[in-house]
Write a new protein. Structure first.
Length: 134
């Protein structure tokens, strides 16, 4: 799980560290601007951590083979896959109780996963605990 955690949260932790170092140096020359930017950090963190937490919960639910497949993806592929998951979840949420829209969102997600990452529908169903027969 440590590798999964780092693959999702790690990039933001590194960005946060770099941002803090840059702001310290900026504060030496332009303290008011640095203070303003420093106050924006919690807002940025709030926006990124919520998506990261959702991604972590989704990956954590996967069986061990699914986690291995996820970890074997390149960093760029993981980011792209996480964005696809977020887009799918947003579409499902916006569809409300409309089953046709939910199925369309699922089918679009499956097609994009097959095309972009060569992940089969059965594997996705296993990862997302969807029934195999509709």
């Amino acid at each position: 799980m440590q590798r999964v955690y780092y693959s999702i949260y790690g990039k933001h932790n590194n960005q946060q560290t770099i941002l803090n170092i840059v702001l310290i140096f900026l504060a030496l020359f332009l303290p008011k601007i640095a203070l303003f930017l420093y106050l924006a950090i919690p807002i940025r963190s709030f926006l990124t951590i919520n998506d990261d937490r959702t991604d972590f919960k989704e990956v954590e639910k996967m069986p061990s083979q699914g986690i291995k497949t996820y970890l074997d993806m390149s960093g760029k592929d993981r980011v792209d896959f996480q964005k696809m998951i977020q887009r799918y979840r947003r579409q499902v949420h916006l569809s409300g109780s409309n089953q046709a829209l939910k199925e369309k969102a699922w089918n679009d997600f499956v097609q994009e996963s097959k095309k972009s990452f060569n992940i089969s529908e059965d594997q996705l169903k296993n990862w997302f605990n969807r029934p195999r027969h509709r």
